[in-house]
Design a protein around this ligand. Structure first.
Ligand code: AHG
Length: 335
């Protein structure tokens, strides 16, 4: 009997993908399910952020007598907790943790993957109801199974990522993840509490009309970046300029929009931050992976992001990411 049901949940989708790999263990599907679960819990709390006067400020005791955590700490605890309780992740690195957290138990020591994440990116926007997000990266461990993971498992080039993704807590809540097979987006259906496939096979348009950069830093950018920004603002028959400037200050939302509509996002080095603001391992690598799989490009101005050998868990990098043709135009200025 042919069953005609269009809605596909995240779990159904990842399990269906497994059918293409008869030898797959299902660990990645399990990991993505765990991330989806943590995202749903974080989503519930993010939606309550405006109720802070009622529920209590971070650091205080709420009306139920519970200590109220900062949302980014809460988000970190949720992701760390589900990954530790799951069976697919041997350890994590997080923007909220100074050091890697090794899940040193018998099951975790035999898990294939480590996960790196920024639990709540753009958190300075929480107070003003702007969309914020979670970013994650999944790497295969390089140390032998059966032993606790070490920093070497985390300090790998982005090209080694097995999967990467992000969640936006916005007008709707969307989880997007990429593997080498493609990029797919799932919108949370609150009526059933499930992420359902809403953006299959996302492709980044090769060109677009949006450039996203913090103009307040303009005079701190290197000259070539300033020249590119000026070109974005001018009439340009070849590229269809002038472009539109859009900058939310929440990278997950800025890059999501540009991924869908076509555009370029830049966080260049600035005078007092030559290495840029954004973090290589859990902010730039995941987005570089997603956007490249979708057909775009990502660099630090000189090198492909995914080929940078990381030296430290929290290292920064300048970041340029977006539609292929716009990135190539930028590269012309940076040469
Ligand atoms: P934070 O989590 O501290 O709010 O930082 C957000 C990140 C990123 O999401 C965003 O694109 C960028 O910082 C914005 O930085 P500027 O305010 O310096 O432009």
């Amino acid at each position: 009997m042919a069953i005609n049901r269009k809605v596909q949940t995240l779990d159904e989708f990842t399990i269906q993908q497994l059918r293409n790999f008869p030898n797959a263990t299902g660990e990645l599907s399990g990991l993505l399910r765990d991330i989806g679960l943590a995202a749903k819990r974080v989503n519930v709390e993010v939606n309550k952020a405006g109720l802070v006067d009622i529920l209590g400020d971070a650091g205080t005791i709420n009306v139920q007598g519970e200590a109220v955590k900062k949302l980014d700490v809460y988000a970190n605890d949720q992701f760390a907790g589900v990954l530790q309780h799951g069976i697919s992740c041997a350890g994590i690195a997080s923007e909220e943790l100074d050091e890697i957290l090794v899940f040193d138990d018998e099951i975790s020591n035999n898990s294939k993957y480590v996960c790196l994440f920024d639990p709540l990116d753009g958190s300075s926007n929480i107070d003003v109801n702007v969309a914020i997000g979670t970013i994650f990266s999944v790497l295969p461990r390089v140390t032998p199974k059966g032993t606790p993971v070490t920093a070497a498992d985390f300090l790998q080039k982005g090209i080694k990522q097995i999967a990467a993704g992000y969640v936006i807590y916005g007008s709707s809540t969307i989880l997007v993840y990429a593997t080498r097979r493609g990029v797919n987006g799932f919108t949370l259906d609150p009526s059933i509490g499930e992420f359902t496939l809403s953006h299959p096979d996302i492709q980044c348009p090769p060109t677009g009309k949006i450039y996203s950069v913090n103009h307040g830093n303009y005079f701190q950018y290197q000259q070539a970046v300033q020249q590119y920004i000026s070109a974005c603002q001018q009439k340009n028959e070849a590229t269809g300029g002038p472009y539109t400037q859009r900058y939310i200050g929440s990278m997950v939302s800025d890059i999501h929009r540009n991924l869908i509509k076509g555009g370029i996002f830049m966080y260049p080095s600035i005078t007092n931050r030559p290495e840029g603001k954004l973090r290589l391992l859990y902010e730039c690598n995941p987005f570089a992976f997603i956007v490249e799989i979708a057909g775009g490009k990502a660099t630090d101005g000189n090198r492909r992001i995914l080929e940078i050998q990381p030296k430290a868990i929290h290292e920064h990098t300048p970041f340029f990411v977006g539609s292929k043709n716009m990135m190539e135009e930028l590269e012309g200025y940076l040469k």
